[in-house]
Structures are given as structure tokens and as C-alpha cells.
Write a protein that binds this ligand. Structure first.
Ligand code: TRP
Length: 338
């Protein structure tokens, strides 16, 4: 068997286009995708249908962000030649697959999903959760299985969604006595959960506490200098705390010289290292990372974006179409050959 005969593993990931991507996405998943596209067959979905499940009143925002997210992908090095980048809503097969999967999962199971539960709370849906929102994990199961993906690079918050996906896969294969669907595994990023610049649990676009890949040099600097450190570390000579110190959390994720970082932590704890020095170092580190990303982002031709997305979507749709034929066959609802 030659290399080209060997079937590559299939990878899928996606993002909801509700804002530009930030450093949390970068360490949580984008970095992984850039590495994986040289090794595997990669699909990258701009999940606009899913974004509408909590932004249905603002479809213009979602449509605008489809373009922004595409630019972020290209800027970090996801290449449309190596990865198939596509728009979720333009693949009707995904809606069909979602419908069949709806029968294989209970409402109680969906309500128990910890990720969805905390999102419901955060978005203030309370007792009036839209059915579409409650069911988005079912649609995500369709996203993953339609491409026969077995590897899914995502943040830790997505693990409960993958569990539901695999339950649906097993239920489908058992119910229709088939093996057409494949179970998938999460591939976690270097840092699972990057804290927000305000010290809150997670950097997120909805809480506006993230550094975006598209932020200007000035905004990055401003955000870094507003970061929470240790409120008792007033003078440089005071001993400071590392735990809960946002600047150190970011240095852990982005500063590459581990030995140097370790010695700085020691100095900080003993007293003798000021916050300004620390923040300047983080600023230098992040500017170095984000400058080329911003430049690449700005060089993208607006007129090419949809062309590229259309190409990727056509490629993706072909795969989804083939899986759908197998799914319908397994369910004995093919009726006639297309
Ligand atoms: N739920 C993911 C997020 O919020 C986005 C997503 C949609 C996704 N479909 C997917 C991720 C399929 C991985 C695979 O970021």
C-alpha cells in the first residue's frame, strides 16, 4: 500500500460566527488545526446555523461574522488548499441528518447537558429556552458524523457535546443494524480554558473579556495593562501571588521560555518584580504573535472570501451527500437511486 492509498483520518471543527475569534480560540483549537491540516483530511465549518440558535434575532450579525471568522482562519494559517473551509447552512444534508437524529435522543438527555445548561443560564433563557437552542447538540452530531470525522479539535467545554454525538452514533448503528456512523474523539488544545482578561473563568466574545486576533496593537496593550494581577502586590518589592494572576496565566499559555518564566515566578513571589515589567513582557510576547496574524488578515481580498467559501462548501457537500445516501440506505428510506 502506498502513502496515497492509506486513508487519512478525518478531522472536523467549527466555530459559531458571532464575533471575531480570540486568543482562547487560538490556544484551544486554532493552533491544533494548523498542525493537523498537514496530517489529516480536515474540515473546518463556519457554524452559522448553530450561531442562529442563540442569535436568531440578529442574522445580519451572523452573516457578517461568517466573513470575519473566515479571515481569522486564513490569518492564523488554516489554508483553503489544505483544509475544506465551508458554511454550515449551505449544506442541506446536515438538516436532514439532524431530523433523523432528533428521534434518537431524549429531551431529558439534552436538558442534562452541562454545556447547554450553563449557556442557558448565561444567556438568561430561563424557562423559555428555544427548542432550536436545546437541540443544537443534535445538529452538531450531524456536523461531525456527516463527514465521518473521528477527530474533533475543540475546547474542553465541547466534551459533553461529543458525548451526545457518540451516543447518537451508537444508537443509530444499533437501531438500524449498520456501521455507517463513526464515533469521534476530542483533541484538546494546549490550554483548555484561557481565562478572561478580567480574571473570569473563560475568555469569551459574549463577555467581552478577550483579546481578539484582530485587535490593534494599542488595544492589545490597553487590555494587557488592565489585567488583574494580585491586589496586594502594590510595590514591586512586595511579595506577589501567582495563583489567580491573569498576567501569569497568559504568560503560561504564550511565553515560550519555560525556565525564564519559572525564575520570574519565583522572583514575583519573593518580591522584587513589578507588575509593569511583567505586563510589558506579556505585551511584547503577544504583539510578536499577533502582528503577523493581523498583517495576513489585512491582506485578504474581500472579493475572494465568498469564492473560497463556495469552493469549500461544494467540496464538503459532496462528502455529506455520500454519507446521506448510506444513512438513508441503512434506514431503508432510499426509495430510488438519485
Ligand atoms: N459548538 C462549537 C462552538 O461553539 C461549534 C461547532 C459547530 C463545532 N459544529 C461543530 C465544533 C462541529 C466541532 C465540530 O465552538
Amino acid at each position: 500500500m502506498t502513502d496515497s492509498d492509506q486513508k487519512k483520518k478525518i478531522v472536523i471543527t467549527g466555530d459559531r460566527p458571532t464575533g471575531p475569534l480570540h486568543l482562547g480560540h487560538y490556544v484551544g483549537s486554532l493552533q491544533n488545526r494548523v498542525e493537523m491540516q498537514d496530517l489529516y483530511e480536515c474540515f473546518v465549518m463556519i457554524a452559522d446555523t448553530q450561531a442562529l440558535s442563540d442569535h436568531f434575532e440578529n442574522p445580519e450579525l451572523v452573516a457578517r461574522c461568517v466573513r470575519e471568522v473566515f479571515k481569522d482562519y486564513i490569518a492564523v494559517g488554516i489554508s483553503p488548499e489544505k483544509s475544506t473551509i465551508f458554511i454550515q447552512s449551505k449544506i442541506p444534508e446536515l438538516f436532514e441528518l439532524t431530523s433523523y437524529y432528533m428521534n434518537l435522543v431524549t429531551v431529558a438527555r439534552l436538558e442534562r447537558n452541562p454545556t447547554v445548561k450553563s449557556e442557558i443560564q448565561q444567556k438568561g433563557f430561563n424557562e423559555s429556552v428555544p427548542a432550536g437552542f436545546l437541540c443544537y447538540p443534535v445538529s452538531q452530531a450531524a456536523d461531525i458524523t456527516a463527514f465521518k470525522a473521528t477527530l474533533v479539535p475543540v475546547g474542553e467545554d465541547q466534551l459533553p457535546l461529543l458525548e451526545i454525538t457518540n451516543e447518537i452514533v451508537r444508537r443509530f448503528n444499533r437501531t438500524y443494524d449498520t456501521d455507517v456512523l463513526l464515533e469521534a474523539k476530542a483533541v484538546l488544545g494546549k490550554v483548555d480554558r484561557l481565562v478572561g482578561i478580567d480574571g473570569k473563568a473563560k475568555a469569551s466574545k459574549s463577555m467581552n473579556n478577550a483579546i481578539f486576533l484582530s485587535d490593534s496593537q494599542e488595544v492589545i496593550k490597553e487590555k494587557i495593562f488592565s489585567m488583574y494581577t494580585d491586589p496586594n502586590h502594590i510595590r514591586a518589592s512586595d511579595p506577589g501571588k501567582i495563583e489567580g494572576n491573569v498576567v501569569f496565566e497568559y504568560l503560561n499559555a504564550f511565553f515560550e521560555d519555560e525556565a525564564e518564566l519559572k525564575s520570574m515566578k519565583k522572583r514575583y513571589e519573593q518580591g522584587g518584580l513589578g507588575d509593569v515589567v511583567l505586563k510589558s513582557l506579556l505585551n511584547e510576547t503577544l504583539q510578536k504573535l499577533l502582528n503577523p496574524i493581523r498583517e495576513k488578515r489585512e491582506s485578504i481580498e474581500e472579493s475572494e472570501i465568498m469564492e473560497r467559501l463556495e469552493e469549500g462548501t461544494n467540496r464538503a457537500r459532496e462528502i455529506a451527500r455520500r454519507t446521506m445516501e448510506q444513512v438513508r440506505n441503512a434506514m431503508s428510506i432510499s426509495y430510488w437511486t438519485p
